[in-house]
Write a protein that binds this ligand. Sequence first.
Ligand SMILES: Nc1ncnc2c1ncn2[C@@H]1O[C@H](COP(=O)(O)OP(=O)(O)OP(=O)(O)O)[C@@H](O)[C@H]1O
Length: 178
Amino acid sequence: MTRILAFVGMPASGKSEASAVLRRKGIAVINMGDVIREEVVRRGLEPTDANTGGVGTELRETEGRDAVARRCVPKIKEADSDFIGIDGVRSVPEVECFKEAFGDDFTLVSIDSPLEVRFARVMARKRSDDMQDIDALKVRDERELGWGMGEAMDKADIVITNNSSLEEFSKKIRALVE
Ligand SMILES: Nc1ncnc2c1ncn2[C@@H]1O[C@H](COP(=O)(O)OP(=O)(O)OP(=O)(O)O)[C@@H](O)[C@H]1O
């Protein structure tokens, strides 16, 4: 039996930090974006933002909105471990795919963090693909919501707020795992 903790949340809400807590505990985390990057490489393409975006959209169009989740299922089964994390759930069909494959062993965790707090963190993190003003973050939020992220967050079994320190947040994630 594999217990699965999957994280869903708006951009810069803290999904990577939650995944890092799991990894520090020796728990493997599957990043759903990596599944798309793998497909890009398999097709002999460069893993650029444009190519991953294009392949991701194409996979969803040709194989269904749960295409990426379906590719994760055998990976989770093959890993044959007691506990696994998933970073990057984005829509209800993906949640349904995991629920169908793993039933009650699948727990969806929504990470909740307000726009202003997320924006301050984006400014501090300085990632190359990050937005430069709060309006750009709002646009990114709208794009993710357009893919059904809001409905996926509504399906969460557990909601964790991340609006204070990183230590406080890590403690909540550790408690969840334990
Ligand atoms: N509680 C916190 N206190 C301070 N910094 C935080 C906290 N939570 C997250 N951060 C920082 O905010 C930034 C965004 O968090 P993170 O990268 O985990 O978000 P994400 O949900 O994975 O984002 P994305 O969806 O954009 O990849 C990171 O630099 C992270 O270290």
